[in-house]
Write a protein that binds this ligand. Structure first.
Ligand code: BGC
Length: 402
């Protein structure tokens, strides 16, 4: 491990381990009422003084008249607003090194803009995050056709993915923190996918400035699942300019190169000696203009990195992002084997964000923890198949600091 990577990723390993095991255990135990083993350890994850139950307010209506709620929650120095539409993070405020808050996630001010948008700002993505080639896959001998919505491919669950659904939301305050439980049942055959998928996602803000996302799903027929969150970060504040000066570290020696339609070729290529090497940490913009076929295909970074750690039972630290000017920084711990790092290439100056400023290329970046794109068609990739009787379970944590 290089020195600079050690600097960026080190020092929080203890915190993450504590959050992952203590917070996670206490949280699950609380909700099922079997909390005895968790009680003592759970104190480490209790809400900061003043941790209040999240509140909701109306945020407009869908065309069919269904109301959309906006939930506000706060704990440990994080302020968050979440829409029942798509489980969307509409706003995420964190302090800089002087305690000044800024909204560090791209978003809109009105439901109408979310309905018209194709950028997935802050959204909960499913049933399958990222692309499935030609919207087709074969499972147990049956071929399924999904709606195609990205060139020849199906992207982020199809035309009406989980980002466009209304989620049932239940607030909570417990020893793990302050949060929301989001629930959605995706019908058998919805967007072409087999099996009724019962999904539960928990957003928790912990006392130690961590936003934890726990994803759970069960099915009544074999299906494929790959859930993630599509927040675009700009740690200097949304609308403040581009993210090319943000320093990014990815603990990945390999990535999945893509074809002209952004589908992985199946190869796990070494990052060494390429613009894709973020192991030592570097500004996002340092190599983004290199004459490189892969960067050219995606108009920047829009690839899946393969974490050296693989899939894990507990979240492990794998990535770090820092804005040197404000000092705002985050680290990512996940159970997932990969991440889609997307450098906001297709933002083109046509959208106006939450604070009334126009978003241009590179004004935000997404780090979508996930299984690899097109896994249902790539036998050598880790499987995304979920069968009846199994529970899909993944966790991702964003640890903020300044
Ligand atoms: C995809 C991009 C896409 C973006 C917004 C990312 O996950 O890989 O190609 O433009 O989401 O839809």
């Amino acid at each position: 491990m290089s020195t600079s990577r050690r600097n960026i990723l080190a020092g929080v390993a203890g915190t993450v381990a504590a959050t992952a095991t203590v917070g996670g255990t206490a949280h699950a135990a609380d909700r099922t009422g079997t909390g005895s083993a968790a009680t003592g350890a759970a104190d480490a994850g209790r809400p900061a003084a003043g941790g209040r139950t999240p509140t909701k307010e109306p945020f407009g209506k869908l065309p069919d008249g269904t109301g959309v709620d906006r939930w506000s929650l706060e704990n440990g120095g994080i302020r968050m607003k979440v829409l029942s539409y798509g489980g969307t993070i509409q706003s995420l405020e964190i302090p800089d090194r002087f305690g000044r808050y800024a909204n560090v996630s791209l978003g809109y001010d009105t439901i109408e803009e979310y309905l018209a948008g194709t950028t997935y700002f802050g959204a909960l993505i499913g049933r399958y995050g990222n692309r499935i080639a030609k919207g087709q896959f074969t499972l147990d001998g049956t071929t399924y056709q999904l709606p195609v919505n990205d060139g020849p491919n199906s992207l982020h669950g199809g035309t009406q993915g989980f980002d466009k659904r209304i989620w049932d939301i239940t607030p909570f305050v417990d020893r793990s923190g302050v949060g929301l439980v989001l629930e959605y049942v995706s019908a058998d055959g919805e967007m072409g996918y087999p099996g009724t998928l019962t999904v539960r996602v928990t957003y928790t803000l912990t006392a130690d400035r961590t936003w934890r996302i726990e994803y759970e799903a069960t099915t009544d027929k074999p299906t494929v699942v790959n859930l993630t969150n599509h927040t675009y970060f700009n740690l200097a504040g949304e609308g403040s300019g581009d993210i090319y000066g943000h320093e990014l570290t990815l603990d990945a020696a390999r990535y999945t190169p893509i074809d002209a339609t952004l589908i992985p070729t199946g190869e796990l290529a070494q990052v060494r000696g390429t613009p894709f090497d973020f192991r030592a940490g570097k500004p996002v913009g340092r190599d983004i203009r290199t004459g490189n076929d892969q960067l050219h295909k995606a108009q920047g970074y829009d690839h899946n990195w393969v974490f050296d750690k693989g899939s894990t039972d507990e979240p492990k630290l794998v990535a770090a992002l820092r804005d040197p000017e404000s000092g705002r920084a985050l680290r990512i711990a996940t159970t997932e084997p990969g991440v889609q790092f997307y450098s906001g290439n297709f933002l083109d100056g046509t959208l106006t964000g939450t604070s009334g400023r126009i978003y241009r290329q590179g004004d935000g970046l997404a780090l979508e923890t996930q299984h690899f794109p097109d896994s249902p068609n790539q036998p050598s990739f880790p499987s995304t198949v979920l069968r009846p009787g199994e529970t899909y379970r993944t966790t991702t944590e964003y640890l903020f600091h300044a």
